[in-house]
Design a protein around this ligand. Structure first.
Ligand code: TTP
Ligand code: MG
Length: 384
């Protein structure tokens, strides 16, 4: 028997429009269409208000203008979209090392076995949604299922701005009622061919004798499609290549003035970064601090460690020293704090004979990770 898997499919809602609305809140609530505005332009995305008029992605802009003449039309800000995308993926990285980005606003997460650490899948999904809303300013919908395929289809039902979970025992019923077009891989031509066999739903597709389907769609895909129609999908979530830095940051709902509180927050962010660093099996040479003042002036600084490390103390001591230095130059309230590590590499082999002993710090931090793994995030908070 194979291990039960829990896969998330996270997809930002009307992504380009959502970014435009962060940049210009006056667009909220209005039909907004982003895309090529020239004669031969196409729609990149339409807000849900515009979709009600039959506007959708990849549609010729001329058609959109006929269907929804009163919409706001924008050519968009490409650079901003990748910046927001990065921030979204940084949040996902906090929840599992197994994240596969499949487009600018969409990713699969393998959350199998993470319940001990984070809670029930639905709670975790709501937490991801909350952080995305607060840190990126955009709604994300999340589908949960025992495979990538089911998670992907569930996220369609989650939209907009929701979570939809399909439990393993619900998969068959969930799939059966869907039209064949809902299955990724079945386009208009395949749907037409299936319609001639009176196959409209995935349930009908799964139950139909395979012979006629082979003749309609070809011998190679028929059996595979029937399995998929029942929700069978064993593909794994393939992670991106190892990233070159790891970071965590937080934007405060109210600006923070107390230096003690800032130091505390840096401690917690350092633990988060440290945990991910140790999970990656790498040691970091540099520790960085990011600080944003209420007027949005943003300062980033970094220190190179004497010796590459992966312990919470090395990270948080360095980040806290950078904070003190930064505040000496400009004291005042702070809107955002972040901690990062970079210069990642394989751990050095020999033990340090210096006072600061990264291996010892690492061993303690590793033990803390293990306890957290068993009892949850708040079980252990290291004293400083
Ligand atoms: P999608 O996630 O497919 O669409 P969306 O985020 O706009 O809306 P939703 O997920 O709520 O249904 O695509 C993400 C972005 O990619 C989209 O905002 C714009 C861009 N895009 C195009 O430029 N052309 C396209 O044909 C599609 C589908 C998307
Ligand atoms: Mg999207």
């Amino acid at each position: 028997m194979s291990q039960q898997r829990t896969i998330f499919h996270a997809d930002l809602d009307a992504f380009y429009v959502a970014v435009e609305r962060v940049l210009d809140p006056a667009l909220i609530g209005k039909p907004v269409i982003v895309g090529g505005l020239g004669n031969r332009g196409v729609v990149a995305t339409a807000s849900y208000e515009a979709r009600e008029f039959g506007v959708h992605s990849a549609q010729p802009m001329a058609v959109a203008r006929r269907r929804c003449p009163h919409a706001v039309y924008l050519s968009g800000h490409r650079e901003k979209y990748s910046e927001f995308s990065k921030r979204f993926f940084a949040i996902l990285d906090d929840f599992t090392p197994v994240v596969a980005g499949v487009s600018i606003d969409e990713a699969y997460l393998d959350m199998s076995g993470s319940e001990r650490l984070f809670g029930k899948p639905k709670q975790v999904a709501e937490e991801i949604r909350r952080r995305t809303r607060e840190d990126v300013g955009i709604n994300v919908s999340i589908g949960i299922g025992p495979s990538r395929l089911v998670a992907k289809m569930a996220s369609e039902d989650a939209k907009p701005d929701g979570v939809f979970e399909v439990l393993p025992e619900e998969v068959e019923v969930f799939m059966a009622s869907k039209p064949v077009r809902a299955l990724p891989g079945i386009g208009p031509k395949s749907a037409e061919a299936l319609a001639t066999l009176r196959i409209e739903t995935l349930g009908q597709l799964a139950a139909h004798p395979v012979g006629p389907i082979r003749r309609a769609l070809g011998p190679n895909v028929a059996g595979w499609l029937q399995l998929r129609a029942r929700g069978v999908d064993n593909s794994t979530v393939q992670t991106r290549a190892k990233s070159k830095s790891i970071s965590a940051e937080t934007t405060f709902s109210e600006d923070v003035t107390s230096v003690d509180e800032m130091l505390n927050v840096l401690g917690r962010l350092s633990e988060r970064v440290g945990r991910r660093l140790r999970r990656s099996g790498m040691h970091a040479r540099n520790v960085g601090l990011k600080l944003r003042y209420p007027d949005f002036t943003t300062v980033t600084r970094q220190t190179t460690l004497q010796q590459a490390a992966d312990g919470d103390d090395a990270i948080s001591d360095t980040a806290q020293a950078l904070l003190k230095k930064t505040l000496r130059e400009r004291a005042g309230a702070v809107r955002l704090l972040g901690v990062s590590v970079s210069g990642l590499g394989e751990p050095a082999a020999q033990l340090s004979l210096l006072d600061s002993n990264p291996q010892k710090d690492s061993a303690i931090s590793g033990a803390v990770d293990a306890v957290r793994g068993r009892f949850g995030e708040d079980a252990v908070r290291r004293g400083s």
